[in-house]
Ligand binder design. Structure first.
Ligand code: BG6
Length: 487
């Protein structure tokens, strides 16, 4: 384990993300020895907190994660609070002085990780000031981690990117997508490119269709204000879903390096077919949850409009027009208030061309990669039914792999992995600007068609606790397919 030297400057240091994800992840890195002595964290936000108060908050956020009070105190002593108005230039002067002082005190050597965990409308201003007020050092690295959402369409994402790139070159911009830090999402590459059986069969000759489900049981909780302006398409499809689709459909990277992996993903997304309005109507469906199981409808949640047309569910069929994947339907769906929390991928293989077992129906082979809640793998095969005397029947056999309790404990939280990647300068699990460009162009076409109401949908159209509207089932049925994952 190599100790990483870094000064973190977190914009949005009092926020929910910082407390729920960032501080616990940084603490894990501390416990494991990746962060030891030569690091400090400056939290900034508008509120006038003291260092002592901030450290109490940090300690609260790692409650239950430490053995001794001493460890918690030693850790939280690396945290400093600086009240900061992101639009006030003089505040950056104060921030620079504090940063320089801490850099010296902790012998950090100029490495800086700027973490933008606040409203994206300030990202441009912050980056501009970090450069003009010389918060970027000349002695170490200067990386910026950018939280989602990265724009709300292609145009706004481009503006945002131009603003950031005035101050940080692409190689120093780490656009976070926490799904890329999940073990089983990272495992897709190992399964596909580490095994002849899958490597050989991962194409339109052998794959019937691929299905990705990102279902959530929760509703919009306290985030309805943001969600009203985003919807499931922007919130989940544009980022997490398309990243997973890229990993599932990209060609083999030349080598397993940042540049090659990202190039392979960029090419896959470049081949994603952008739909016309009519094609959107044909290939995408949307939903919004109604009340059910004693839970309120989306339109009854706090901060939603009583006639809101925000979608809380999306299902669609994507096509990746590469030599290997053209013609393979990629079915995706995501939604809130569905039957269960599950992040899962089903790769459905074609049946053998000729069934020699006359009376026995053969089934499709299916590879299932479950990302959440329990990472696991399943391969469904046809097999002889054992123990039937002279009869010969086939049935479906499941080969299952589940993590042991020991392994489960060793799985790091996605944020922890990604922060460590950023400290090490490893960029493959972050989204490149070119990936985002293609993603937004694809998403914009759908958004536009829906805003024009091509599908004439009526909301709400599914009750809480089910797997979305029935149009989602029909989408696959049209092709003679069905969702493998049912509840
Ligand atoms: C976030 C979305 O990016 O991902 C949320 O904004 C969603 O709406 C969350 O709930 C899901 O993440 P996870 O890791 O719980 O599947």
């Amino acid at each position: 384990i190599k100790e990483q030297k870094a000064l973190f400057i977190i914009f949005g240091g009092t926020g929910d993300l910082a407390q729920r994800k960032l501080y616990p992840s940084i603490f894990e890195l501390y416990k494991k020895g990746y962060l030891k002595r030569n690091f400090a964290i400056i939290g900034t936000a508008r509120r006038p907190w003291t260092n002592d108060y901030y450290r109490e908050i940090v300690k609260d956020s790692i409650d239950g994660m430490y053995d001794s009070e001493q460890t918690a105190i030693a850790f939280s002593n690396h945290f400093y609070y600086q009240s900061h108005n992101v639009t006030d230039t003089s505040h950056y002067v104060t921030l620079r002085q504090l940063a320089e002082k801490l850099d010296g005190k902790y012998e950090i050597g100029g490495n800086r990780l700027f973490y933008l965990a606040m409203s994206p409308r300030f990202f441009g201003t912050i980056c501009e000031h970090l450069k003009s007020q010389e918060l970027k050092t000349t002695t170490g690295y200067n990386r910026v981690i950018v939280e989602k959402p990265f724009g709300r369409d292609f145009a706004s994402a481009t503006i945002l990117n131009n603003e950031i790139s005035q101050s940080f070159p692409e190689d120093d911009v780490f656009r976070i997508d926490h799904y890329l830090g999940k073990e089983m999402v990272q495992n897709i590459a190992a399964i596909r490119f580490g095994n002849s059986i899958f490597n050989a069969m991962w194409n339109n000759r052998y794959i019937s269709n691929i299905q990705v489900t990102l279902s959530e049981a929760l509703g919009v909780e306290e985030r309805a204000g943001y969600y009203e302006t985003a919807g499931a398409l922007r919130d989940m499809i544009q980022n997490h879903m398309l990243q997973i689709v890229a990993l599932l459909t990209m060609s083999a990277p030349v080598s397993f390096t940042d540049a090659d992996i990202r190039n392979a993903k960029i090419n896959a997304l470049k081949c994603l077919k952008v739909y016309t309005k009519d094609e959107v109507k044909e290939n995408f469906v949307r939903g919004q949850y109604d009340s059910g199981r004693n839970l309120p409808a989306y339109r009854q949640e706090d901060q939603t409009a009583p006639d809101s047309m925000t979608e809380t569910f999306v299902a669609g069929k994507l096509l990746i027009n590469t030599m290997d994947m053209a013609g393979v339907p990629i079915y995706v769906r995501t939604g809130k208030r569905l039957a269960t929390k599950a992040t899962r991928i089903d790769v459905v293989f074609k049946q053998v061309p000729n069934n020699v077992f006359a009376d026995n129906d053969l089934r499709h082979d299916v590879l299932t990669i479950t990302v959440d809640p329990e990472p696991s793998l399943r391969l469904q095969l046809n097999s002889k039914t054992i123990g039937q005397g002279y009869d010969f029947d086939t049935h479906r056999l499941n080969l299952d792999y589940k993590l042991s309790e020991e392994q489960k404990k060793s799985v790091p939280e996605a944020y922890e992995k990604l922060i460590l990647d950023a400290l090490k300068g490893k960029a493959s699990n972050f989204t490149h600007w070119k990936e985002l460009q293609y993603s937004w162009k694809f998403v914009d076409a759908i958004r536009q068609a829906w805003d024009d109401n091509v599908d004439q949908v009526v909301f709400p159209n599914y009750p809480c606790g089910e797997m979305g509207p029935d149009t989602s089932e029909k989408l696959l049925a049209k092709d003679g397919n069905h969702w493998e994952f049912t509840i």
